[in-house]
Unconditional design. Structure first.
Ligand code: SF4
Ligand code: SF4
Length: 434
C-alpha cells in the first residue's frame, strides 16, 4: 500500500468493532464467536484491527509518538488476518496492510521491531535462518532413503522451521513425493530463509534483499514448480513476493500437490487409519494465501468516514485460500473419521505463533494456542492435524501446557500412515487414542 492510499484509508475505519469477531453469519456459539487473539488475550480496543487503525491515525496526527507502549500494542498481533476478513462485511478497508505500514514506520524511527525480533533478524542475516543454527546443518534432515534428482524441474523449498525444528515434516513430504514418483530436488546450501518472519515485523528493506536473493537463485536453475510444506513460506512466495517482483514459476503447497496425486491415482491410500481427526487451517495457507488483484481506481469520499471505490475494488475476503485440498486428503484416508471445529477456513482461529509473536510474546502465543486446542477438543477429535511447521510447534506447545489428551500430527504424517510407510507411528497413534 502506498503512502497516499494509507493516509486515506486510516481515516475510514467506522469504529464498528466487527473485526474483533468472526463474521456474525458464521458464529455457531458464544464460546467460539471471537476471532482476534490480541483482543481475546488483552481485551482493550487498541489491540484490535480497528484499534490499530485509530493508533495509525493518531500517530499521523502527531497525537502519539513512538514509545515502548505503542510498540507493545502494535506487535502483540499475529497478523492472522481475521480482522481483514471480518472488516470486508463492513467496508473495503485492509487492516493488515495498515498494521504492516505502521510497523514499517516504527522500524524507520528505530522504535520497532521488538528486541527478540531484532535478534532473529540478525541471525537470518548471519546464518540464513532465524534459529541461529549453522547454515551447513540446514540439510541434515535428509535421511539416506530420500532420492533427489539434480535435473528436476520441481523444487522442494523446505524452509527454516522444517529444516531445523520440524524435520518430521520435511522427511514426510520428501518420502511421499518419492513414493508418487515425483522427480524433485532441494536447494541444498542455496536455500535461505524466505523472509516471512522479517517481513511481518515491518523490516521491509531486509525482506526485499532476501526475496531478490531467493528469486535470483530459483530463476537461475530453470525451476518450473516450487513446492512448500510450510504455510508461511508458501504465502510469502505466493502473495508477498509478487508485490515486489513477478516470477514465472508455479507455487504449490504440499497439500495441493498430494491432493492431486491422490486424485490421479499416483498415491494410493490403502492402509486403515482408524482415528478421529480435526484440521486446523493455518492463516498463511487459508485466508492470507489469497493473492491481491490489481486495481487502478479512485477512492471517492461520500461523507465523513464513508467512501466508495470507483470502479469497485476486488475484495480480498479470504475465500480463495487453500481449504478443500487438506479436507479432500483426510476424507480419502481409509478408516479415518473427519470432524470440523467451529471456526474453519477463512474464519479459522489463529494458532498464535505468527508475525514474531512466538519470539517476542511467548505468553500470548501459548494462550492463543490453548484457546484453539480447546476448540479442537470440543470437536470430539483425538488427533489435531495441520499443514504448517510453525502451527505444529505452537499447537504442540499448547497441548503440553494445557495437559490435553489431544495428539498432533502433520497431515503428511497421516498420508505416510495411509500409504503403509509409517507402521510404528500408526501403531502409536491408534494405541494412544484407544
Ligand atoms: S477495522 Fe473495519 S471492522 Fe474494524 S472497526 Fe474499523 S471498519 Fe469496523
Ligand atoms: S491480525 Fe489477527 S491478532 Fe492482529 S488485530 Fe487482526 S484479528 Fe487481531
Amino acid at each position: 500500500m502506498d503512502e497516499e492510499e494509507y493516509q486515506k484509508m486510516i481515516k475510514r475505519c467506522v469504529r464498528c468493532s466487527v473485526c474483533k469477531w468472526i463474521p456474525q453469519v458464521q458464529i455457531k456459539s458464544q464460546k467460539y464467536a471471537s476471532g482476534c487473539p490480541a483482543i481475546d488475550i488483552y481485551n482493550y480496543h487498541p489491540y484490535s484491527g480497528g484499534g490499530k487503525i485509530i493508533l495509525a491515525l493518531a500517530y499521523e496526527m502527531g497525537r502519539i509518538k513512538p514509545s515502548e507502549e505503542l510498540r507493545d500494542i502494535v506487535y502483540k498481533c499475529t497478523v492472522c488476518g481475521n480482522c481483514a476478513v471480518a472488516c470486508k462485511y463492513m467496508s473495503t478497508l485492509e487492516p493488515i496492510e495498515i498494521m504492516m505500514k505502521l510497523r514499517e514506520k516504527l522500524v524507520d524511527t528505530g522504535c520497532g521491531p521488538m528486541p527478540q525480533q531484532k535478534t532473529y533478524i540478525e541471525a537470518v542475516k548471519k546464518v540464513n535462518n532465524p534459529y541461529n543454527e549453522p547454515h551447513e546443518k540446514r540439510m541434515d534432515w535428509i535421511p539416506d532413503d530420500i532420492h533427489l534428482d539434480p535435473k528436476a524441474k520441481v523444487l522442494y523449498y523446505v524452509g527454516c522451521t522444517s529444516s531445523y525444528r520440524r524435520k518430521e515434516m520435511a522427511i514426510a513430504a520428501a518420502r511421499i513425493m518419492n513414493e508418487a514418483g515425483i522427480s524433485f530436488n532441494v536447494l541444498q546450501e542455496d536455500e535461505f530463509c524466505c523472509g516471512s518472519p522479517i517481513l511481518r515485523t515491518g523490516d521491509s528493506n531486509t525482506f526485499e534483499e532476501i526475496l531478490n536473493k531467493n528469486l535470483d537463485i530459483i530463476e537461475s536453475k530453470g525451476i518450473e514448480t516450487v513446492v512448500f510444506s510450510c504455510a508461511g513460506c508458501y504465502d510469502t512466495f505466493k502473495v508477498d513476493y509478487p508485490l515486489s517482483r513477478k516470477y514465472d514459476f508455479k507455487v504449490k503447497h504440499t497439500v495441493e500437490l498430494f491432493d492431486e496425486l491422490i486424485e490421479s491415482g499416483q498415491l494410493k491410500l490403502t492402509n486403515n487409519v482408524p482415528i478421529t481427526v480435526t484440521y486446523h487451517d493455518p492463516c498463511h495457507l487459508g485466508r492470507n494465501a489469497e493473492r491481491y488483484e490489481d486495481w487502478d481506481g479512485d477512492v471517492v469520499p461520500l461523507m465523513p468516514l464513508i467512501s466508495i471505490n470507483i470502479p469497485p475494488k476486488p475484495k480480498r475476503t479470504g475465500s480463495k485460500g487453500i481449504y478443500d485440498a487438506p479436507r479432500n486428503i483426510l476424507k480419502k484416508i481409509p478408516g479415518l473419521k473427519f470432524v470440523e471445529m467451529e471456526r474453519i477456513q477463512e474464519y479459522a482461529y489463529c494458532c498464535g505463533a505468527g508475525a514474531g509473536v512466538k519470539s517476542a510474546f511467548p505468553e500470548m502465543a501459548i494462550k492463543t494456542a490453548k484457546i484453539r486446542i480447546e476448540e479442537a477438543e470440543d470437536s470430539g477429535a483425538d488427533i489435531l492435524v495441520s499443514a504448517c511447521p510453525f502451527c505444529s510447534t505452537n499447537l504442540q506447545d499448547g497441548i503440553m501446557d494445557k495437559n490435553s489428551k489431544l495428539k498432533y500430527f502433520d497431515i503428511s504424517e497421516l498420508i505416510l500412515m495411509a500409504l503403509g510407510l509409517e507402521p510404528e507411528k500408526l501403531k502409536q497413534a491408534t494405541a494412544e487414542v484407544a
